[in-house]
Design a binder for this molecule. Structure first.
Ligand code: SF4
Length: 193
């Protein structure tokens, strides 16, 4: 069996840990088996390098796609050969894979009315209409065209935006342009918090 540099380092690391701690009562055989299994799994994938889409740090990624299937992504991790990030990713970048596959993702709209104890399922049309109505009402109620000195400010201080975790740079740009068009002044993005 041939291993590339990354696979070799992983297995060598696990093997060294087993040798170092095995005699102390730690069960590290599982870690070694896991490293071998992971390296083996990568034999059946094509690895492509990419750049994290979330912020201007631009960390490097390696995406592994199924060679025998439909090119499905089976793993995404940091690229140790990347000159900026050297294999590391922040939690947001490290969760890239879960954008495509996540058993805990909720696909239906859930709504909990004020003071209610239970969540109700709603349609997307219902949710989008309600969000639009609320945003419009609050924006109209809190819009300030001129400040106390009569200067034109055209701002809305009744709404704030924080997010979102799953937006890439381009989506963030469009989103903040929309918010500024509405006059929002409190605009923040999760990558900087
Ligand atoms: S979001 Fe995180 S992983 Fe992605 S480029 Fe920024 S710091 Fe790197």
């Amino acid at each position: 069996m041939e291993w590339n540099r990354r696979e070799f380092l992983k297995i060598a690391g696990a093997t060294t840990a087993v040798a170092a701690f095995g005699g102390l009562g730690f069960d590290l055989g599982q870690a070694q088996a896991q490293a071998v299994a992971q390296a083996d799994k990568l034999k059946f994938t094509k690895q492509s390098t990419s750049v994290c889409c979330y912020c201007s740090v631009g960390c490097g990624l390696i995406a592994s796609t199924d060679k025998n299937g439909e090119g499905k992504v089976v793993n995404i991790e940091g690229d140790p050969d990347h000159p900026i990030s050297e294999g590391s990713l922040c939690p947001k970048g490290a969760s890239h894979y879960q954008l495509g596959k996540n058993d805990r993702r909720i696909y239906k709209v859930l709504y909990r009315a004020p003071y209610a104890e239970n969540w109700e399922e709603k349609s997307w049309d219902w949710a989008l209409d309600r969000i639009a109505r609320k945003v419009k009402d609050v924006r109209d109620a809190s819009f300030t065209a001129k400040d106390a000195k009569g200067r034109t400010v055209n701002r809305c201080e009744g709404l704030a935006s924080v997010g979102s975790a799953a937006m890439d740079n381009e989506e963030c740009w469009i989103y903040q342009a929309m918010l500024r068009a509405m006059g929002l002044t409190y605009i923040e993005h999760q990558a900087r918090i």
